[in-house]
Write a protein that binds this ligand. Structure first.
Ligand code: FES
Ligand code: FES
Length: 172
């Protein structure tokens, strides 16, 4: 089978791999780059477990081929934490509101939610629901995930003023 050189900027680092044309992006990340935080669920675009950011937008990485990412930039859940391993504000919020149980959906949820927060730090309920509409969680009932996104938005807004909100203060 013919192979192609593919160079992708992944979490800020350029990676070049020689891959078959049929290799999916999620398999490229997991098998070629060793980034197993991106999960494989349905493999046909339904569950959202494989969500990553592609040039800043959330996409389902089971639905694209690695060769299509050549020359582009992606971010995976491994790219959310700081270089020192400190969890991001959004990841902290997921912990605080208990927004995960089995955790299978979590990396996809985080990437979808972070893409929303990259657009606005004052997301409405409708915007949050829309942002999560392509992601399925079978454990939490979604409410703690929505709480986490609101808490993260609040904390990111407050950080500018030096004040960090608690989940109780959100009254959600
Ligand atoms: S594994 Fe990609 S949407 Fe389910
Ligand atoms: S935490 Fe189990 S599927 Fe979401």
């Amino acid at each position: 089978m013919k192979k192609y050189d593919v160079t992708v900027k992944v979490n800020g680092v350029y990676r070049t791999r020689t891959v078959p044309a049929r290799l999916t992006m999620v398999d490229y990340l997991r098998d070629e780059c060793g980034l197993t935080g991106t999960h494989v669920g349905c493999e046909h675009g339904i569950c959202g477990a494989c969500t990553i950011q592609f040039d800043g937008l959330p996409i389902r990485s089971c639905l694209m081929f690695a060769v299509q990412a050549d020359g582009h930039e992606v971010k995976t859940v491994e790219g959310l934490a700081g270089a020192d391993g400190k969890l991001s504000v959004l990841q902290d919020a997921f912990c605080e509101t208990h927004a995960l149980q089995c955790g299978y959906c979590t990396s996809g949820m985080l990437m979808a939610a972070q893409a929303l927060l990259d657009q606005t730090l004052e997301p409405t309920d409708d915007q949050i629901e829309e942002a999560l509409s392509a992601n399925i969680c079978r454990c939490t009932g979604f409410i703690p995930i929505i709480e986490a996104i609101k808490l993260a938005a609040e904390n990111l807004r407050a950080a500018a003023g030096g004040k960090v909100a608690s989940v109780e203060a959100l009254n959600v």
